[in-house]
Ligand binder design. Structure first.
Ligand code: MTE
Length: 328
């Protein structure tokens, strides 16, 4: 984001990433059979979301979520778009780098250290986290501060499920996410483009909001490496960089924690980073956005960006009385 490249346009997937048609058809017929058999989660949305992946990764289905606002009803991005146009600077700064280089990331074995101001700190193994709460499918808009957006069907559960279990103390006001920074698995960590590890944070009420998702999968499968395997957060009303990928620690703090982009360019990236079409980034207007997968070029359709990315009804009250120009 900090760096401007010649390659800000959309990169087409490699031929090797394109799913053989026979595989898609095979999967589709399996899903239709499941739907016919009365599988309740196989709603139209879930079908639309689930027919797309190549089926190379393990299945991770989720029931449609009952959390208000959890499904946009908009068309989801193609799996190829969602997995070939990424920001994951640990693998390089170009949009195509994560898809090219994230194969070296080992998402298993994996554990997450939960620490700081909680009564029950500890190390949670990935398998324990996968079983901690029922998996839900949530179809969220992701709006990047660079001016593009995508709709992605995530699989996971509210971060609040984990937070409740570790019993935060009264003094815990913020949550920080610390992500993996391993040179051996992540070639981009050798560059100094950011101070590693990539860290992000939320205020406690934001972290506890039911829309804040701890995501383990997308499109009915486990997360591909380039999308933040094996677990990440997805905070749909904030710019995409708040949604930290490949998390290794979650810290509960009293003071507002450090975040990577705020540290790198505080005048450009604030702690809150709520999607707000009225507050421009110094280099990019936030008034509208390009939906990945839609037309490209001079006459590309642009959509108006919505306040809080369209989640105002659910999250607006978290910011009542705050000056959102100062708290950008
Ligand atoms: N998490 C880590 N660890 N490293 C990153 O570089 N990039 C962020 C966010 N999480 C990033 C990260 C940015 S800028 C965006 S827009 C989203 O991930 C992109 O998520 P996606 O590639 O799954 O669409």
């Amino acid at each position: 984001m900090l760096i401007r490249t010649q390659q800000n346009g959309f990169n087409h997937p490699l031929a090797s990433d394109i799913t053989p048609k026979s595989m898609v058809l095979q999967r589709r017929s399996w899903l239709l059979a499941a739907a016919a058999a009365g599988a309740t989660w196989a709603t139209r949305d879930a079908l639309a979301a689930t027919v797309a992946p190549p089926g190379k990764l393990s299945a991770l289905p989720g029931k449609p979520s009952a959390v208000p606002g959890a499904s946009t009803g908009e068309a989801v991005a193609s799996y190829d778009d969602a997995t070939s146009y990424n920001n994951f600077y640990e693998f390089g700064t170009d949009k195509s780098d994560p898809a090219s280089y994230a194969r070296s990331l080992k998402p298993r074995p994996w554990s997450v250290q939960v620490e700081g101001l909680v009564n029950k700190p500890g190390r949670f193994d990935l398998d324990a986290l996968l079983k901690l709460a029922p998996m839900e499918e949530r179809i969220y808009r992701l709006r990047c501060v660079e001016g593009w957006s995508m709709v992605i069907p995530w699989v996971g559960y509210s971060l609040a499920e984990l937070i409740k279990r570790v019993e935060p103390q009264g003094s815990a006001k913020y949550v920080q996410f610390v992500t993996l920074a391993d040179e051996k698995q992540m070639p981009g960590v050798r560059s100094r483009v950011l101070n590693w590890p990539y860290v992000e944070g939320l205020r406690m009420d934001e972290a506890m909001h039911p829309l804040t998702l701890l995501a383990f999968g997308m499109y009915g499968e486990v997360l591909p490496n380039q999308n933040g395997a094996p677990l990440r957060v997805a905070v749909p009303w904030k710019y995409g960089f708040k949604s930290a990928k490949s998390i290794v620690a979650i810290r509960f703090t009293e003071q507002q924690p450090k975040t990577s982009w705020n540290e790198a360019a505080p005048q450009e990236y604030g702690f809150y980073s709520n999607v707000n079409p009225q507050v421009s980034h110094p280099r990019w207007s936030q008034a509208n956005e390009r939906r990945i997968g839609e037309s490209v070029g001079l006459f590309a359709k642009r959509r108006q960006t919505q306040m809080f990315n369209g989640y105002e009804a659910q999250v607006g009250q978290l910011y009542a009385g705050m000056d959102l120009r100062k708290n950008y």
